[in-house]
Write a protein that binds this ligand. Structure first.
Ligand code: SAH
Length: 220
């Protein structure tokens, strides 16, 4: 497949890969996904020159794209084999959507801010991947039509784990969701084994709020 990424910012992307390796990222499939994904296309032009720094950046509509090493940690935790069907809640810029597209078989992503979703749709098309489906709406309901999912990644923080997402997790499936207060949360890993669910509390994190019927219901 011809690379739509081109080699623009290629040097900067290579330096980001070196930095991720130095920070402990070992999964070669994850590193390859970063190498294939043009982060500069997912951030506003004003901050493009910083696109390959390991730092969060604004993406408009008061939302932010996470730090690459944070994405890398989550992607490693989900231990993709390439055959998974994945649900992403909070498309945002679409950057993580593309990382997932390189790691899993199919990606379904839901976003509640229309201008962000429109922009993400355009950039995702430019990237030339064909295994991503996007939907506008409240992702706290998941995306029932394509459930169950082998992995669910929630990119915004919720006071509790949204029940519809738990219901849409496949047997053996894994879900990462930041859970806690408005300002600080814990990353939670939920693993389904038949009807039983294992819950593991991981890193302290800070995410933008998951606004919706099964998240924060005040639309502040
Ligand atoms: N991972 C994204 C950044 C996500 S920022 C990236 O790579 O760019 C978190 C996103 O979650 C924001 O775009 C926000 O609008 C979205 N969001 C918050 N609540 C949501 C909900 N209920 N349903 C869908 N998206 C939601």
């Amino acid at each position: 497949m011809a690379s739509p990424v081109g080699r623009q910012y290629g040097g900067a992307r290579t330096r980001l890969l070196d930095e991720l390796r130095l920070k402990g990222v070992r999964d070669l499939a994850v590193l390859r996904a970063f190498d294939l994904t043009p982060r500069h296309l997912f951030v506003p032009t004003g901050v493009q020159y910083r696109a390959y720094e390991d730092t969060p950046l604004p993406i408009g509509s008061a939302q932010t794209i996470s730090q690459p090493s944070v994405h890398a940690r989550y992607l490693e935790l989900l231990a993709f084999t390439g055959s998974e069907k994945v649900l992403e809640v909070g498309t945002g810029s679409g950057y993580q959507t593309i990382l997932l597209a390189h790691l899993a078989a199919r990606v379904f992503s839901v976003e509640r801010i229309a201008p962000l979703l429109d922009r993400a749709r355009e950039v995702i098309r430019e990237c030339g991947v064909s295994n991503v489906s996007l939907m506008f709406g409240d992702g706290t309901y998941g995306w029932k039509a394509f459930a169950p999912y082998d992995a669910i990644l929630v990119s915004a923080a919720s006071p509790d784990v949204p029940q519809p997402l738990v219901d849409q997790l496949a047997d053996g499936g894994r879900m990462l969701v930041p859970v806690g207060g408005r300002e600080e949360q814990r990353l939670v890993l939920i693993t389904r084994n038949g009807v039983s669910l294992a819950r593991k509390e991981l890193d302290p994190v800070r995410f933008v709020p998951l606004l919706g019927d099964h998240g924060w219901t005040d639309q502040a």
